[in-house]
Design a protein around this ligand. Structure first.
Ligand SMILES: [Zn+2]
Ligand SMILES: [Zn+2]
Length: 321
């Protein structure tokens, strides 16, 4: 039986004692940077079918496990396996420094590989950031989307898909063909891409539809002309040029919309006839309502629906907005 001392005798391995009473050592990582982890065989067998099989005597490693010889996990990232084992052995203490999005993705990959997704579920909220990382690079939010998908966590997945749609302009095209992107279905990336585009097109249409055309006689309607001019100035001052909206992130566009002023100062301009529709315009042009509408529309995706390849209503673990 391997003990902590036995592992410590091998100087090339930096032994990590996850479980003081552990009965098996995992050697994680490639030869030159291998880490030995003393862990509990019964515990890992209990939480994961993969480890049950690995430790069972029919396999070579199982044979090794029975004799107490270390088990090699050469293809894995040592840091991720350490975090995984610590969480499973209740030894993980979140420090002041949170894990990077890359480390969280690596953790998700090993948890998925070793069939430890379910036992990890309860711990995820304390180690994953609450929302997307504020103003993080695209790749960070992409890592979080992939990690929450692999860890099968619907509420984290909804948060991170919301962040990646809302806060970025980067296309999902390159991501979809990357090694990481291919871990997730292509349909997901397409869905995120079209969701973002749809909202930006909607905002553009809403902002421009209130301009010219509300009055059937805009060329002789002082009020329609005054409103059109006021709105155009309004948009320019807020930095919202209709043709540019689609190249900005939804967050940025919504922030700029907050700067739009309601068109009140044209109420003095004379309308063309008693039935001029522009007199109703102020009620229609509540930019705050418009902004709230698109903010609400920009929710993240339901993981269960994504995995079911469409609407999975009634069977989803989160409530649909
Ligand atoms: Zn008019
Ligand atoms: Zn759903």
């Amino acid at each position: 039986m391997a003990t902590a001392e036995d592992t410590a005798k091998q100087p090339q391995h930096e032994p990590g004692t996850i479980d003081l009473g552990g009965d098996i050592t995992l050697l994680v990582g490639r030869e030159d940077a291998q880490v030995g982890l003393l862990v509990s065989k019964p515990l890992l067998s209990l939480v994961s079918k993969y480890f049950t099989t690995l430790f069972s005597a029919t396999f070579k490693e199982g044979g090794d496990a029975a004799t107490g010889k270390p088990i090699k996990l050469e293809d894995d990232d040592p840091k991720a396996v350490i975090t995984l084992c610590k969480i499973l052995h209740m030894q993980y203490e979140p420090s002041g420094v949170s894990l990077t999005s890359n480390e969280l993705l690596d953790l998700a990959i090993v948890a998925d590989k070793y069939d430890c997704v379910k036992p990890l579920a309860l711990s995820l909220r304390s180690i994953f950031p609450d929302t997307g990382i504020y103003r993080a690079p695209f790749i960070d939010d992409a890592n979080l989307v992939c990690a929450s998908y692999l860890l099968d966590h619907p509420s984290l997945f909804r948060r991170y898909t919301q962040a990646i749609v809302k806060d970025h302009t980067t296309s999902f095209k390159n991501l979809a063909s990357s090694g990481m992107g291919q871990r997730l279905p292509m349909a997901l990336w397409l869905k995120l891409e079209s969701k973002r585009a749809k909202i930006l097109v909607g905002i553009t249409a809403s902002l421009t539809s209130n301009m010219v055309g509300h009055c059937p006689y805009p060329w002789r309607c002082l009020r329609a002309r005054a409103i059109t001019t006021a709105q155009a100035i309004n948009m320019v001052e807020a930095g919202l040029l209709p043709l540019n909206i689609r190249s900005e992130s939804i967050s940025t566009v919504l922030e700029k919309m907050a700067k739009l002023k309601p068109v009140h100062d044209v109420s003095g301009a004379r309308a063309c006839t008693g039935g001029c529709p522009t007199t109703k315009l102020e009620a229609q042009t509540s930019y705050d309502d418009l902004r709230a509408q698109y903010d609400t529309e920009c929710t993240g995706l339901c993981l269960d629906c994504v995995k079911a390849g469409g609407k999975n209503e009634g069977k989803c673990r989160i409530e649909h907005a």
